[in-house]
Design a binder for this molecule. Structure first.
Ligand SMILES: NC(=O)CC[C@H](N)C(=O)O
Length: 358
C-alpha cells in the first residue's frame, strides 16, 4: 500500500491509501454528488481546490472523454472512500494525487464544522506526514489566487457555432464548462468564447446580442476586467451569468459578494422560484455567494436550505443570472430553459428597438 497523508488546517493529519502519487495543496471542499464524477473532475471551477467525494464509491461506470467539461482535471487532488482503478489510473495519468480508504465522513464533518479549509496532500512510496504538512504550510487562501482567471480561461478568442444563424453571444470565459457553450450552440447561437480579461473594444467589435459571463474558480473580486465589461455593456446589451458569472454581474451592478462557510456542491440542491412558487432541483458548485444584490438587481430564486440568492433579474436592465448550474452536467435537467430565456432577451430587445432611420 502506498502511503498517503491529508494535512488539514490546524495540523490534524489523516492517513489513507495512495491511489495516484504526488504532492498537492489547495482549499479542501466536498461534493455530495453521487454521479457525475467525470464532469466534476474536469470542471474548471475546482481549480486550486482539493475535492472530497462524500458518496462512497466513485468510478463505478468508468471514465469517458465525452463526459469531460474541459481538457484536463482541475482539482489539485481527490479524496474518496473508494476509487475504482479506472478513476485512479486516469488521475495518475493526469498527475493528480488521489487517496481512498479514508473516512470521508470525518473529512466532510471537519469541513462542515470548520468551513472550507487549507489542505496539504502527500502520496507515494516515500511520502511522509511532514511532506503533507509542508504542503499545508505553503497553501494560499482561495482569495489570494489573484491570477486564477488566467489559469483557466482561453488565451485567444474561439468561435463556436460559426454556421449558426441565431443570436451572437460574447461569452467571457472565466473557466467555462464545455456544456455551457454546447447548450448555447445547440440553441443556434454563435458563441465567441473570449479570454477573461478581454477589452471593451474587443467585445464591441463582435457587437453581441448577449454578454454572458461564465462560471469559474476562486473569488469574484479577482475578476476586475469581467466586472468592467458588464458595467460597460449592461445599459445596451442583455447580460447573463452562471455561478461566478452571477457574482461578477452583481459586483458590476453595485452588489456585494461574500465567502460561504463550506459552499454548495452537489446535484440535489433545491431552489425556489419566487414568481412561480415552484422548486427545481439543481446542480451546484460554489463557495462564494451574492450577499446584497444592489438596487439594479432583484432576487428571483433562492436556495431552500439557506435562502441564499440563486437567481437575479435586472430591475431596469435585461439581466438574467443563476448561481447554480442550469446546464445540468451532471445533474437533473429541471433548469435547461434558462438558456432559452437568456437568448429570448435578445429577441425582446430587437422587438423594442426603434429602427435607426425612423
Ligand atoms: N462554479 C462556479 O462558478 C464557482 C464560482 C466561485 N468560484 C465560487 O466558488 O463561488
Amino acid at each position: 500500500m502506498t502511503a498517503a497523508y491529508v494535512a488539514l488546517e490546524g495540523g490534524h493529519v489523516i492517513e489513507g491509501r495512495g491511489r495516484a502519487p504526488g504532492t498537492a495543496r489547495g482549499e479542501l471542499v466536498f461534493t455530495t454528488a453521487y454521479t457525475g464524477y467525470e464532469e466534476s473532475l474536469t470542471d474548471p471551477s475546482y481549480e486550486e481546490q482539493i475535492l472530497t467525494f462524500s458518496y462512497p464509491l466513485i468510478g463505478n461506470y468508468g471514465v469517458r472523454e465525452e463526459r469531460f467539461e474541459d481538457d484536463r482535471v482541475h482539482p489539485r487532488a481527490v479524496l474518496a472512500r473508494e476509487l475504482t482503478d479506472d478513476v485512479a489510473d486516469w488521475l495518475e495519468s493526469e498527475g493528480v494525487p488521489a487517496i481512498d480508504h479514508l473516512d470521508t465522513r470525518e473529512v466532510v464533518t471537519d469541513i462542515r464544522d470548520g468551513g472550507a479549509m487549507k489542505c496539504g496532500i502527500a502520496v507515494g512510496e516515500d511520502a511522509t506526514k511532514e511532506d503533507a504538512l509542508n504542503e499545508l504550510e505553503a497553501c494560499k487562501g482561495m482569495s489570494e489566487h489573484t491570477e486564477i482567471g488566467a489559469q483557466v480561461s482561453v488565451d485567444e478568442p474561439v468561435v463556436r457555432g460559426a454556421d449558426n444563424d441565431g443570436e451572437t453571444v460574447a461569452l467571457v470565459d472565466c473557466g467555462a464548462k464545455g456544456s455551457i457553450v454546447d447548450s448555447l450552440v445547440a440553441r443556434d447561437a454563435t458563441v465567441h468564447v473570449l479570454p477573461h480579461d478581454t477589452s471593451v473594444e474587443d467585445v464591441e467589435a463582435i457587437d453581441p446580442d448577449i454578454l454572458f459571463v461564465s462560471n469559474g474558480p476562486g473569488d469574484p473580486a479577482n475578476y476586475e476586467q469581467a466586472v468592467s465589461l458588464v458595467e460597460a455593456f449592461v445599459e445596451e446589451t442583455p447580460v447573463a451569468g452562471i455561478c461566478l458569472g452571477q457574482q461578477i454581474v452583481a459586483r458590476a451592478l453595485g452588489g456585494t459578494t461574500e465567502k460561504m462557510a463550506f459552499g454548495h456542491r452537489g446535484v440535489n440542491q433545491p431552489v425556489l422560484d419566487l414568481e412561480s412558487d415552484r422548486v427545481v432541483m439543481t446542480t451546484q458548485n460554489h463557495g462564494y455567494t451574492v450577499d446584497e444584490p444592489g438596487e439594479h438587481l432583484e432576487v428571483s430564486q433562492i436556495n431552500v436550505n439557506d435562502d441564499t440568492p440563486e437567481g437575479l433579474d435586472g430591475v431596469e436592465y435585461d439581466v438574467l443570472t443563476r448561481q447554480y448550474h442550469p446546464e445540468a452536467n451532471p445533474g437533473p435537467e429541471d433548469t435547461l430553459d434558462f438558456f432559452d430565456d437568456v437568448l429570448a432577451m435578445a429577441g425582446d430587445r430587437s422587438q423594442r428597438a426603434v429602427p435607426a432611420d425612423d
